[in-house]
Design a protein around this ligand. Structure first.
Ligand SMILES: [Zn+2]
Length: 155
């Protein structure tokens, strides 16, 4: 199994390219920031994470199911990832960063104009004056964080 954080994934490249085309400049994978955000917009005090729905345990997402083999192993592994993610967001917010999470499912099966719309929303959030809010861009309309992750064996 490859390392959990694979750099330069396809969804990440898509978003990077689109935001760059929209005129934003950023730095990548800043290891000196909690959670090593994928994109850092220093000028706007904002960071963007692009999360794979499986590795980051996206609740309520149809792209997240625990594998049939060794579900308990995966449950623990993914739980650890989500705990790390939450701690990173909290640490970033505490030190004055604005945080956005773009989930992989938000980027899947998008027509070009839908993709443009999404990139526009992310762009607007990055350049907005909103000082506090962490933002989420996802295809899950109503994430229920109390719900357990579904297992792929359950029908
Ligand atoms: Zn998702």
């Amino acid at each position: 199994m490859r390392a959990i954080r694979s750099k330069d994934t396809v969804p990440e490249l898509l978003i990077r390219r689109a935001l760059h085309a929209s005129g934003l400049r950023y730095s990548l994978h800043r290891k000196n920031l909690p959670g090593t955000p994928d994109l850092v917009f220093r000028q706007y005090h904002s960071v963007v994470f692009i999360h794979g729905c499986f590795w980051h345990g996206h609740r309520g997402c149809r792209y997240f199911k625990l594998p049939q083999s060794r579900p308990e192993f995966w449950r623990q592994k993914i739980s650890k990832n989500t705990a790390n993610d939450a701690a990173a967001v909290a640490a970033l917010v505490r030190t004055g960063w604005r945080v956005a999470v773009v989930w992989e499912c938000a980027l899947k099966q998008k027509k070009p104009d839908e993709m443009k719309e999404l990139v526009g929303r992310i762009h607007n959030w990055i350049t907005s004056a909103d000082e506090t809010c962490p933002a989420e861009f996802s295809a899950v309309s109503n994430p229920n964080t109390d719900k357990p992750w579904p297992s792929s064996t359950r029908r």
